[in-house]
Design a protein around this ligand. Structure first.
Ligand SMILES: [Zn+2]
Length: 283
């Protein structure tokens, strides 16, 4: 089917108490792995492109690849912009065919973040495309202590004010997870998630989720998390399988012999996450 917007998917997740996995895609093998997994699990899915992925693959290439794959799929597929850096990047992605946007103003002041987010919401909603924004900051691994992570967490009252001012459709919250963690050891503040969710009444998004434990997901979803972002774990799975393929045949010169096991490994990880998040069977 054609690409769908993230709005209905996340509202349904919120109502029925599951979370939609949002998986970062960097090239064709990622797109195939993620959509094949969604088909096999009968799960709705969000494919997202980071700024790095857009630079690497090219904006139009990403849209074309995901559109073709989504049209062939029988499950709903969303194409989401991950951590859109500014207003113009959001405009470019909206025009290119993304069906969900994000503006990350988490390094700006509250006022500036809210002002730019509001502008993006206005243009996106004119095209029926929903917008995610971030308040508080989900930091990068290796740059922060636990105290820093806690100091950067989303304040529930501020979150309410932010949602009221901007009219966003979903909110990325800083609740203890950290981007690019290689182990599952993040400690989530579940009470904070609950409090924010009750106050703002819209779907919440968990970033840095490759570092969250299986228990953490199970507690975070009923507390209000409706979208869970996974990037690092797919990279790890793909590279491990690719390295094994090279170790098995050090003289390999056909890239497909390396990427195919990488794609299979990513697909298995995506399927496992869909089962954990309760997305399987929801399409
Ligand atoms: Zn993120």
């Amino acid at each position: 089917m054609a690409l769908v917007t993230g709005k209905e998917l996340l509202e349904d997740a919120r109502k029925r108490g599951y979370a939609v996995g949002a998986f970062n895609a960097n090239n064709l093998e990622y797109v195939q792995a993620i959509i094949e997994a969604a088909e096999e699990e009968k799960a709705p899915v969000i494919l997202q492109a980071s700024q790095g992925a857009i630079k690497y693959a090219g904006l139009d290439h990403i849209v074309a690849m995901v559109k073709v794959s989504a049209e062939k799929a029988t499950v709903p597929v969303v194409l989401h912009l991950d951590h859109g850096t500014d207003f113009l990047q959001n405009v470019r992605c909206l025009r290119a065919g993304f069906t969900s946007l994000m503006f990350d103003g988490s390094s700006l002041s509250f006022e500036k973040n809210a002002a730019i987010t509001k502008k993006i919401v206005e243009i996106a909603h004119a095209c029926n495309v929903p917008v995610e924004a971030e308040l508080g900051k989900v930091p990068q691994a290796g740059q922060v202590t636990r105290e820093d992570v806690e100091a950067l967490m989303t304040d529930p009252e501020e979150a309410l004010k932010f949602v009221e001012i901007t009219g966003i459709d979903s909110l990325a919250v800083a609740v203890g997870s950290v981007h690019a963690m290689r182990e599952q050891s993040a400690d989530l503040d579940i009470d904070r998630i609950k409090k924010i969710s009750e106050l703002v009444g819209i779907p919440l998004v968990l970033h840095g989720a490759s570092g969250v434990t299986d228990e953490g997901y199970k507690d975070a979803i009923p507390a209000g998390i409706c979208k869970i972002n996974i990037a690092t774990e797919l990279n790890k799975a793909c590279m491990k399988a690719a390295k094994e393929a090279i170790a098995k045949d050090p003289n390999v010169i056909d890239l497909r012999k390396v990427l195919k096991p990488g794609r299979e490994a990513m697909k298995e990880r995506v399927k496992a996450k869909m089962r954990l998040f309760g997305t399987s069977g929801k399409a």
